[in-house]
Design a protein around this ligand. Structure first.
Ligand SMILES: [Zn+2]
Length: 645
């Protein structure tokens, strides 16, 4: 990994357009490859990983060394066998379609929900298990809002031309899929219009993306008898028994008002529309495993309209993505054996330690912070669990049936297996060795209830991380990512959880007020950025990520300045310049307009350009690195610069 001069634009002024200065050469020649809605450093690493994973799967299919290989190879072989997929037709989903067709009352429709949910088909709402926000040694069942075929509530009440057109296209898509599973074409369009109306009524009661970020809204514990009163029509105690969670005492309800509203929405909907709604969601969920006529129709709406892709990815890439979702850790187990040597893990651990030192200093030096808040913040930091590369304990797959005959059946089996694993965890203490992402993914996370930062081997690869290059490149790239995840523990949401992961207020009122004032400035900074055309970034939806981006680059810059003191320039660039160039390189990217619109609505991360230049516009160290004037357009004015951590 290195900085490539051709990727920059030396004619650009870093004080005017730092994104172009750092990435102009790359941006001028970049194209979004077929199959992608966006292209940049993330996708480059992802595609490189895919090649490695593909080889692993081909080998596992041809010459399995053990049971794990056999499972991976069989899943992959069934997924690649398009002839078998065509020949199977609707076999895998026919039982669901038949039971839906047989419903003769609204009560019948509700009675189907436990079995649909168990198979990963989630009309109206869904259940899942996660760590309890009051006691992180226990697990807790959640009831979450779901059941919309468009990206979010905003898609249903948005008034822009793009939103109106998207809804019209959705109706045609729903109609086409209904026809594909046997509905008469004359009826399909009217039924599809009814489905949109039904989902619009549901959406009106759902939390918007920015509201779902607020744990104060989504953490709502209900005893099971109170749950019965919340939404009598849903008969939730009986529902819980049916899904296999009959013994539990409390659940968390993500959106109580929504759950309470569902029965009334169902009541005013006629039975044919309800059947069409359930049928469409069965098809939507299973589309990738069904014949091409259905899979292609799904792509033409979700791939093209929602994600701005021109063509489907290669079949192997799609099967690989499905496999990563269903049994990803099994594949990751094979991946890390070849792609994440011990010295890489040791170097990554050392970097995490350097970044934790900077977060500690940051907590120690916030002049506005009361000693009680500071003390508890430091305790929280010291309690961070750090996971690097891959899990210490691998998941046990015994009992999961995967074979080469049916891709659709394999996917359903994997969903049910995962559901059973989650249900079983309700009766056990939390497994602290668990990972919530497979180790080969290009991503990382902070988990507030587990109070842990997790860095999969998949992101610990060039251009994010290379154990054999100079500090500037590693700190500018993966260092900022590590700092980002650490900062999440102290962003507007993460700060509300304590050192044990409990949702508990440990801030003084004055500290809270001060933090909120700083955060509001960041909301305003990002609200002013354009995402695409007339659509602005939603500074409130992206607040947590923007705090983490700002904290990430600040902490990484400080750590790098400390470890690189006295280092010589390389290729005429100082260590500090190389640091900021590496940072901007990670966030170079181009995005289709369709995907940019979708992301603006639902993605809590800002568009990449703003992830690169938004945070550094607040940094004195950035100004100094490039010798910029105080009033350089790439900088915020001195009085407006924001420093939270
Ligand atoms: Zn983040």
């Amino acid at each position: 990994m290195s900085l490539n001069a051709a990727d920059r634009d030396p004619s650009a002024d870093p004080g005017v357009d730092f994104y172009r200065f750092a990435n102009g050469g790359w941006l001028d020649v970049a194209v979004i490859p077929a199959g992608y809605g966006a292209w940049g450093s993330m996708e480059e690493v992802h595609t490189r990983n895919e090649t490695v994973l593909h080889d692993l799967l081909v080998r596992a299919a041809d010459d399995p060394a053990d049971d794990l290989d056999r499972m991976l190879g069989d899943y992959f072989t069934a997924g690649m066998d398009t002839e078998a997929v065509e020949a199977a037709g609707l076999t895998a989903i026919q039982p669901f379609l038949d039971t839906i067709a047989r419903t003769t009352s609204h009560a019948d429709v509700l009675a189907l929900l436990p079995s649909l949910h168990d198979n990963g088909i989630t009309p109206f709402f869904a259940w899942g298990v996660t760590v309890d926000h009051d006691d992180s040694t226990r697990n807790l069942l959640w009831l979450a809002q779901t059941g919309l075929g468009l990206p979010d509530r905003d898609s249903y009440d948005g008034t822009s031309d793009a939103a109106v057109e998207l809804r019209a296209a959705y109706v045609h898509h729903v109609a086409a899929q209904l026809v594909n599973v046997g509905t008469e074409p004359e009826e399909a369009l009217e039924l599809a219009g009814g489905v949109l109306d039904l989902e619009t009524r549901l959406a009106a009661h759902q939390l918007r993306a920015e509201e779902r970020r607020d744990p104060g809204r989504t953490l709502n514990r209900y005893a099971v008898d109170a749950l019965a009163e919340l939404s009598p029509g849903l008969r939730l105690p009986a529902y819980l028994t049916s899904v296999g969670a009959g013994g539990i005492e409390t659940v968390n309800v993500q959106a109580p008002d929504y759950l309470a509203a569902i029965p009334d929405v169902i009541d005013v909907t006629d039975l044919p529309t309800l059947r069409a709604y359930l049928t469409f969601h069965v098809v939507r969920t299973a589309a990738s495993t069904l014949p091409a006529v259905i899979d292609d129709e799904s792509f033409s709406f979700y791939g093209k309209r929602i994600e701005g892709k021109q063509e489907q990815k290669e079949r192997y890439q799609r099967v690989l993505a499905a496999l990563s979702g269903d049994i990803g850790e099994a594949l990751g187990q094979r991946y890390v054996a070849g792609k994440f040597p011990p010295h890489a893990k040791a170097r990554a651990q050392a970097m995490v330690d350097e970044l934790l030192v900077e977060m500690r200093r940051s907590l120690e030096t916030r002049t506005w912070m009361a000693e009680s808040t500071r003390g508890q913040g430091l305790e929280k930091l010291d309690s961070f669990v750090v996971k690097i590369g891959y899990p210490d304990v691998w998941r046990d797959w015994s009992g999961l049936h995967i074979d080469r005959t049916s891709y659709a059946a394999n996917r359903i089996n994997a969903t049910r297996f995962e559901n059973e694993r989650q249900l079983a965890s309700l009766a056990k203490p939390v497994d602290t060795t668990e990972w919530e992402m497979p180790p080969h993914v290009v991503n990382a996370y902070y988990h507030p209830v587990r109070n842990e930062i997790v860095f999969p081997a998949g992101i610990l690869q060039p251009p994010f991380f290379d154990p054999d290059v100079d500090d500037a490149l590693n700190f500018g790239a993966i260092g900022a990512v590590i700092g980002h995840e650490i900062t999440h523990g102290f962003d507007d949401s993460g700060r509300r959880f304590d050192k044990n992961g409990a949702f508990r207020d440990w801030w003084t009122e004055a500290d809270q007020a001060h933090f909120t004032e700083l955060a509001e400035k960041l909301v305003a900074q990002y609200d002013a950025y354009v995402a695409v055309d007339d659509v602005h970034v939603n500074g409130r939806l992206t607040l947590g990520e923007n705090i983490a981006d700002l904290g990430g680059v600040v902490l990484a810059q400080r750590a790098h300045a400390r470890v690189s003191a006295g280092s010589e320039p390389i290729d005429g660039l100082t260590p500090a310049q190389r640091f900021f160039l590496a940072y901007a390189t990670v966030w170079r990217g181009i995005t289709s307009d369709e995907l940019a619109r979708t992301y603006a609505q639902i993605d809590p991360h800002s568009p990449r350009r703003w992830r690169a230049v938004g945070p550094v516009s607040n940094l004195d160290a950035f100004q100094q690195a490039f010798g910029l004037a105080d009033d350089a357009p790439a900088l915020r004015t001195r009085e407006d610069r924001i420093e939270i951590w």
